[in-house]
Design a protein around this ligand. Structure first.
Ligand SMILES: [Zn+2]
Length: 181
C-alpha cells in the first residue's frame, strides 16, 4: 500500500484507534486522517486536552476544527516530524521547567551563525521549533541540525518518562523515511 488520504469523522477515528478499519502501518507509506476534533484523555489524571494532531502506529490524524488553531501546515509538518522519528519538546511540565538563556551546550550543533540572538531565552527558542509540542500562536517551524535542550519524554512501559536535557528534535534525529511506528 502506498500513501493514502482518508477523510473520516470522529467515530471512524475511534474505530481506527481500535484497529477495526486500518492495520498497523509499519511497512510503507503514510496514512493521513482528517477529523473535526481530537480529544486526548490522560487516564492517569483524567486531564482532557484538545489536540491539533496525533501521530500513532496506525497513522497521522489532524484536526480541522480545533478551535484554538485551525489545521495548518505547521501541524502537518510537526506530525510528519514524528513520522520521521522526532519527539515533542516543551518549555515545562509538572516537574521540569526550562529557565535561562541559550548557550552552546543547549544547542550544540546549532550554536553560532547569528540565527538565534545572544540573550534569547531558551524557552523562546523552543517555541520557534517545529517540534514544540503545543499548537499556539507564534509557534515556529524551525528544524535544528541536532538536539536542543528542553523538556521532553519517552514512553517507558506505556508511561511518559519526562526528561530535561537534549531532545531529539533535529535533522540528525530523523531515523527513517516517514512512517508510523
Ligand atoms: Zn507532537
Amino acid at each position: 500500500m502506498g500513501n493514502r488520504i482518508l477523510i473520516v469523522d470522529d467515530a471512524a477515528f475511534m474505530r481506527m484507534m481500535i484497529k477495526e478499519t486500518l492495520s498497523k502501518n509499519g511497512f510503507d507509506g503514510l496514512k493521513l486522517c482528517f477529523v473535526n476534533t481530537i480529544t486526548s484523555v490522560t487516564t492517569a489524571t483524567s486531564v482532557t486536552n484538545a489536540l491539533g494532531g496525533n501521530n500513532n502506529p496506525y497513522g497521522t490524524i489532524v484536526a480541522t476544527g480545533y478551535a484554538n488553531a485551525p489545521l495548518s501546515p505547521r501541524v502537518l509538518g510537526h506530525e510528519f516530524g514524528h513520522a520521521c522519528g522526532l519527539r515533542d519538546i516543551y518549555v515545562s511540565n509538572t516537574t521540569h521547567k526550562v529557565t535561562g538563556e541559550i548557550e552552546k551546550a543547549r544547542m550544540p550543533w546549532d550554536w553560532g551563525g547569528g540565527f538565534y540572538p545572544l540573550g534569547l531565552m531558551q524557552a523562546d527558542l523552543i517555541k520557534q521549533l517545529l517540534m514544540y509540542g503545543w499548537v499556539e500562536e507564534g509557534a515556529g517551524t524551525d528544524i535544528p541540525t541536532s538536539t536542543i535542550y528542553g523538556v521532553w519524554y519517552e514512553w517507558v512501559n506505556r508511561q511518559r518518562d519526562w526528561k530535561l536535557d537534549l531532545a531529539p528534535v533535529g535533522l540528525d534525529s530523523m531515523n527513517r523515511q516517514p512512517n508510523h511506528q
